[in-house]
Design a protein around this ligand. Structure first.
Ligand code: FES
Ligand SMILES: [Fe+2]
Length: 391
């Protein structure tokens, strides 16, 4: 089924839910042990079996559009260097010098043909190959071709850059990303304007991610920001492998009854909104004002995460004033997410760590959260015989 048809179907279900006072529901409620959010061993397993094995989003295409552009990013214990090549392709590598292990560059982003190590001055090309050994005649014989930066599998599609944090691990990016990346690709992010990024800090990565997967909390937690525009606790889900797309009807959605159903897909942000998530840690909220891509990075402890919020806009700002307005708006959005979602998450984390309850429970309405936790458990079980979770 093509993407427009998929969206039309979701809009049809959202309209029905609003008219009938219903929401998409899982078959039953789901109990998850509180320890899943607090236990250091479980957290370490998640890092080893999920975050170090699956494709992870590490940036946006239009963060580094030109040859020589680069960005750095540290995920857990892995410092990454991501560079745009002369042929337009992208490479993700470990940002670690092969001489004695110095971090090759501490700059967050820039444009460089050559990276020179600040410790003894070895130099590397943008593709990671070793260009020069400082004072080579004194150093002794080395095979430069074996001393490049450690390369990671890299994939770029739909305006997003993906890597796998384990060098040499063979991963089928396309199969993993499946229908979700086709949907994202349809948005054409690579032609949008990259506005910038912000960072926020919160609780355990799953506490934070849970917040992106349901609209049950809109009325109570977002009474002035989201709830005036969007219904609380009315959602429609579409699942693509482990990834989830969530439809949130706006209070104006009824007007779409006047629009032919085959055109409903044209009304994203004008009657309903979508959140698209990429398992395990990315949430994309396309909004009329500004699109926010949240990338959750677990750690440094089980009860913490750092989230990078990337912002994109369909149009390029006309002048400096417009750019300044954008900066202000990004600050405002960041503050809303920090105060209305992440601060709630930090309080949840304290509650979970208090030992007050053995378990938490997800309602039938929290279908997206249930599906997410089932996928986490699926990867932790490491059972090749086990069937993947069913939507
Ligand atoms: S550690 Fe990089 S040149 Fe010595
Ligand atoms: Fe929220």
């Amino acid at each position: 089924m093509d993407i427009k048809q998929q969206h039309n179907e979701m809009v049809g279900r959202m309209l029905d839910h609003v008219e009938n006072g219903t929401t998409d529901q899982a078959e039953d409620t789901l109990t998850v042990p509180s320890a899943a959010y607090t236990d250091a061993d479980i957290w370490q397993q998640e890092m080893d079996l999920i975050f170090k094995r699956l494709p992870l989003t590490v940036g946006l295409t239009n963060e580094i559009p030109e040859p020589g552009d680069f960005k750095t990013l540290t995920m857990f214990d892995k410092p990454l260097l991501i560079t745009r090549q002369r042929d337009g392709s992208v490479r993700a590598m470990l940002n670690v010098c092969s001489h004695r292990g110095m971090m090759l560059t501490e700059e967050k982003s820039g444009n460089k043909g050559v990276f020179t190590c600040p410790y003894h001055g070895w130099s590397f090309a943008g593709d990671g190959s070793l260009r020069g050994v400082a004072d080579a005649h004194k150093f002794g014989e080395v095979d430069k071709s074996c001393l490049g930066l450690t390369q990671l599998p890299t994939y770029e599609r739909g305006g997003l850059i993906f890597t796998v944090l384990t060098p040499g691990l063979e991963v089928d990016f396309e199969a993993f990303l499946g229908g979700m990346i086709e949907d994202i690709e349809d948005l054409g992010f690579e032609d949008w304007y990259y506005c910038g990024q912000r960072e926020i800090y919160g609780a355990n990565w799953k506490v934070a991610y849970d917040g992106y997967l349901e609209g049950y909390h809109f009325a109570a937690a977002h009474p002035e920001t989201i709830h005036p525009r969007t219904y609380s606790n009315i959602m429609d889900f579409r699942f693509h492998g482990p990834h989830t797309m969530i439809g949130f009807p706006q209070k104006t959605i009824a007007k779409l009854r006047e629009v032919p159903p085959e055109d409903w897909w044209k009304y994203e942000n004008d009657g309903y909104d979508f959140i698209r998530t990429i398992f395990p840690n990315v949430s994309i909220f396309v909004a009329p004002e500004l699109t926010q891509i949240a990338q959750l990075i677990p750690g440094p402890t089980p009860g913490e995460n750092r989230t990078i919020l990337y912002y994109l806009d369909r149009k390029t700002p006309a002048d400096d004033n417009a750019r300044a307005e954008l900066e202000k708006f990004m600050d405002w959005l960041k503050t809303v997410v920090q105060e209305e979602d992440y601060d709630v998450g930090l309080a949840v984390q304290k509650g979970l760590e208090s030992g007050a309850h053995q378990n938490v429970v997800f309602g039938r309405n929290e279908h997206g959260n249930q599906y997410f936790h089932q996928w986490v458990n699926y990867y932790l079980a490491e059972d090749p015989e086990a069937p993947p979770p069913k939507p």
